[in-house]
Design a protein around this ligand. Sequence first.
Ligand code: SF4
Ligand code: SF4
Length: 376
Amino acid sequence: MNSEEAETPLVKEARRIMEVCNSCRYCGGFCAVFPAMELRRSFSRGDLEYLSNLCHNCTSCFHACQYAPPQEFDINNPKIMAELRAETYEKYAWPAPLAKLFHRNGTVMSLIVAFSVMAVLILTFMLQNKNVIFSAYQGANSFYQIIPYNVMIGVPIVIMAFSVFALFMGVIRFARGTDWKMSEMMNPALVTRAIIDVLLLRYLGGAGDGCNYEDDTFSHKRRYFHQTLFFGFMLCVASTTAAAIYDHIFHWPAPYPLTSFPVVSGTLGGVGLLIGTSGLFWTKMKRDKRPLSESLLGMDISFMLVLFLTSLSGLLLLFMRENTMMGSLLILHLGLVAGLFITLPYSKFVHAIYRFAALVRYAGEKRSNPRGDGIV
Ligand code: SF4
Ligand code: SF4
């Protein structure tokens, strides 16, 4: 797999646009794509796939462009970059046969998540007396009255291990396919630079005033919602990790007090996910549709919906953990979490992984060409 493969119409169109942009260079201060583009005189397929994953679809270059449709040059960078990005998700997915899950991704993802919830329900009925689901439990180990300990621990470990490995293999394939040196990918200084850029969501600030979404007006809304979602997700990961350490190392079984670290971080994380997903959905619905790819809406919305429902069911479970709703909410929440993680390598989540990899590569390019990108 390399950049010499037969080229798709999308690759050819992305190259045409980059060649026009490289002559114009008006948008250099908006994001990392243009400074990275300016380092090149020609664009291989690998270059274009890398640049498309540096793009975060802010649409500022569309609103600034004097060659945007209906002008005859028809320069629509955000749309072509988004479609090419989606093509890379499928091309580099591991294992390759599962790349088909990116076709009609919204429907496929919804079906897998619904199936996961059903599977947890059926498994619970097979392992337990159905009356346990509708009984109230209190105190330590109450969750294990519904789902036995070995199942609650074993199944998520298998799913997580598969998802993490599939994502890791995907990014290795992406690096190879875009002719990127593996040594750079593992370089601690470049990885640290990219982590700082991600934590600050630096490039979502545009040239300082934010980005365009609805029209020519600049705004930081999308950046703030993105940041809320990101930190919400990280807090939920911290909560689950802490709960696993409490249970397996200290032998303190769940559920934990309301003031404990897993509950506080999980609650804040859940609220962050609810606000972040709702806000991003709201901004997406209000966005100017011309620079968007309608065919990718299903992928975006299904991922946000599953994240929203997972955090909502987790918060409801927290507040109803001592009444008769606990069993059904636990099954629903675990089913949603399982569905979310099974589909992680084949959902919009891969954007986070490939974009991070692209930022590491960009950090290396900036280090070798220290002119500054002028982006705040
Ligand atoms: S998007 Fe338009 S204005 Fe911006 S660099 Fe390309 S051609 Fe120039
Ligand atoms: S849409 Fe935004 S991130 Fe993508 S190339 Fe244009 S300015 Fe850069």
